[in-house]
Design a protein around this ligand. Structure first.
Ligand SMILES: Cc1cc2nc3c(=O)[nH]c(=O)nc-3n(C[C@H](O)[C@H](O)[C@H](O)COP(=O)(O)OP(=O)(O)OC[C@H]3O[C@@H](n4cnc5c(N)ncnc54)[C@H](O)[C@@H]3O)c2cc1C
Length: 408
């Protein structure tokens, strides 16, 4: 027989979204019972260090935690680690949590995302790594010590950050990617050229326009990896491979619970981040919401947004009717070489206004669609990100962006 009990708020998932929701509830003076459940062994932690400081071994594990371990007891938040939520009944407002049945008043579902694995020949070979959890970073750091040639597959921020971090560890890396220039899919050619130059200047080889179709090596398909094989026949030798091929929202529990899943693959939410079930909210990488700011549905996989959504959902639980209306912010550190900051997002744009000098290492790019500012990227110009954010909210056109830049 399973144990049963009743609580006020159940926070499902051990990421920044849940941890931020717990903090906001307490900061708003909520005195009810809160249980935060994660299937991981660690309390909620920040994932960005997995490819940056933590991978470079510059940070200890505790420094990645969103709240120190003792915070949970101090704030009367019950933290259940190594505990999966097996099922959720949104109508009855119950959840099967480990061996318990928990009756809840309201819930947050924040189960995050899973890495997208490449389904190609040789995908199960040894020494092919993916990064999502701290443990993956531990394993990779141990493995690189014995690697001679490292190949990083992917042209997005995970791949470029990993290659930069491993270069700091004195390893030689080759990036293999579908894109012509790294990061160009999201940030365009100016940013792509800048990052390409930065990586190659630090000794990273960049192989573009390459579709990875398999992993080769000695022995059968479980043997050690020896090379990455591309569709056009190119082979890039490597005895260790890291893949950064994106993430997929982990909606397994939500789907089983009958929550509506959106066209973007996330849990469908309204403007307040409430799901299709009354009293059940979603936040973070799984949250697909109606953005009043963008006038379309969005699903964002950024650390700062996940935290802000967790806090927003907490306020919604306490009765706030406000829509979630933040301009999503993202940053990426390439070793200690540079930081890229971005506000948007822009799925498409037809004009780029470049300010500053990309060759000099400090510049910004303003992205416009139909003469309206939709996104901006800045390197070494944080103030431009803040200015762009305000202009995106104001619906600024190209003339206004140019006027603002001329006045600087
Ligand atoms: C390697 C890496 C580097 C990143 N770097 C950056 C960066 O530089 N900048 C940036 O803006 N963003 C970055 N991100 C993205 C950012 O970390 C995510 O957007 C953020 O972690 C999302 O938080 P979340 O709370 O939604 O989900 P997650 O952090 O994924 O947490 C979800 C948690 O729920 C748990 N869970 C799932 N199902 C269940 C269940 N049934 N029962 C119990 N627990 C469950 C999972 O195990 C996990 O612990 C990075 C992500 C990764 C992986």
């Amino acid at each position: 027989m399973s144990d049963e009990r009743t609580i006020d708020v159940l926070l499902i998932g051990g990421g920044i979204a849940s941890a931020s929701a717990a903090a906001e509830l307490r900061e708003q003076g909520f005195e009810g019972s809160i249980v935060l459940v994660t299937r991981e062994q660690d309390p909620p932690y920040h994932r960005p260090p997995i490819t940056k400081g933590y991978l470079q071994d510059g940070e200890d594990r505790d420094a990645t935690f969103v709240h120190p371990q003792e915070w949970y007891a101090e704030h009367d938040v019950e933290l259940l680690t190594r505990t999966p939520v097996m099922s959720l009944d949104c109508e009855a407002r119950t959840a099967k949590v480990g061996r318990e049945v928990i009756h809840f008043g309201q819930a947050l579902i924040a189960t995050g995302a899973m890495v997208r694995r490449l389904r190609v020949d040789g995908a199960t070979r040894d020494n092919i790594h993916y990064l999502r959890a701290l443990g993956n970073s531990d394993t990779l750091r141990a493995a690189v010590a014995n690697a001679e040639r490292i190949v990083v597959v992917g042209g997005s921020y995970i791949a470029t950050e990993v290659a930069a971090s491993l270069t700091l560890l004195d390893r030689t890396c080759t990036i293999v990617m579908q894109e012509t220039l790294p990061l160009e899919r999201h940030f365009g050619p100016v940013a792509g050229q800048f990052v390409h130059r930065l990586l190659t200047d630090h000794g990273i080889e960049v192989v573009g326009d390459a579709d990875v179709v398999g992993f080769d090596g000695e022995g059968d398909d479980e043997g050690p990896v020896g090379a990455v094989v591309c569709a056009d026949g190119r082979r890039i030798e490597g005895d260790l491979v890291v893949v950064g091929a994106g993430a997929l929202p982990d909606v397994m529990l939500a789907r089983k619970a009958g929550l509506v899943i959106g066209d973007g693959g996330g849990v469908s939410c309204d403007q307040r981040l409430q799901t299709s079930a009354d009293g059940v909210f979603a936040a973070g990488d799984i949250c697909e919401y109606d953005s009043v700011l963008h006038g379309r549905r969005l699903r964002i996989e950024h650390e700062q947004v996940a935290g802000a959504q967790g806090r927003h959902a907490a306020r919604a639980m306490l009765g706030s009717e406000e829509p979630f209306a933040e301009v999503p912010y993202f940053w990426s550190d390439l070793a200690d070489w540079t930081t890229l900051e971005y506000v948007g997002p822009a799925p498409a744009w037809d004009e780029e206004i470049v300010h500053g000098d990309p060759a000099g290492g400090a510049f910004s790019v303003f992205y416009l669609h139909d003469d309206r500012l939709v996104a901006a990227l800045a390197v070494g110009r944080t103030d431009d990100v803040e200015r762009a954010s305000a202009l995106i909210v104001a619906g600024a056109d190209a003339e206004r962006v140019r006027g603002m830049l001329a006045g600087l």
